[in-house]
Design a protein around this ligand. Structure first.
Ligand code: FES
Length: 196
């Protein structure tokens, strides 16, 4: 019960959903704090568009995934204040929206990097070393899967299949450059090509 649903009473005596205890509430609640890449965003315009999208679904909370998908297409990712707006307008808690955003890998909390690296972790690639490849990329970039480097140069994503199973392990950069049968030793050279 504890893992799937609800934990014990919190300090103020209320029971807390398991997923709510995974959230950095200070970060979610602070709408003033924003990353450098958010400074140029016209938030009023974004929120106006978000409202338009939600209106298309008549504010139906059951359309949360569709709404998030469209909003991500609009903004490029799902920043905190957009999640708060979506929650407000759909009559959901921020934690409900946040748990969906973090559950589905197609949603991103950060914008993609200038160079977006996609690595396949499907079975054919996995048995040929995809896990080690991903680990090496994480180490060299200093980020985890789903993250973007602080200079915005690279972001890293893992997918189930890139449709080139015979060439595994496979990585793709910017949805066009394919690196077939790439080994851990070749990671550095691969990244170097996008450094300048
Ligand atoms: S399993 Fe990796 S490309 Fe299909």
């Amino acid at each position: 019960m504890d893992k799937q649903g609800f934990g014990g009473p919190s300090e103020d005596g209320e029971r807390t959903a398991w997923y709510e205890r995974q959230i950095d509430w200070d970060a979610v609640g602070d709408r003033q704090e924003s990353a450098d890449y958010e400074e140029d965003i016209d938030w009023d315009a974004v929120e106006e568009k978000v409202d338009e999208i939600i209106n298309e679904y008549d504010g139906d909370s059951g359309a949360l995934i569709e709404v998030l998908h469209e909003v991500q297409e609009l903004v490029g990712y799902l920043p905190q204040r957009v999640q708060v707006r979506v929650a407000d307008r759909l009559g959901l808690s921020v934690s409900e929206v946040y748990s969906v955003v973090t559950f589905y890998s197609l949603f991103s909390l950060k914008p993609k990097g200038e160079n977006h690296i996609t690595v396949c972790k499907g079975t054919a690639c996995y048995v040929r070393g995809a896990a080690q490849l991903i680990e090496e990329l994480e180490n060299q970039l200093g980020i985890s899967v789903g993250d973007t480097t602080s200079d915005g140069k690279f972001s890293l994503e893992v997918v189930r299949c890139l449709g080139a199973c015979g060439l595994g392990p496979v990585a793709m950069v910017n949805n066009e450059d394919v690196f077939a049968r790439i080994t851990v030793d070749q990671v550095s050279d691969m990244l170097q090509q996008y450094e300048d």
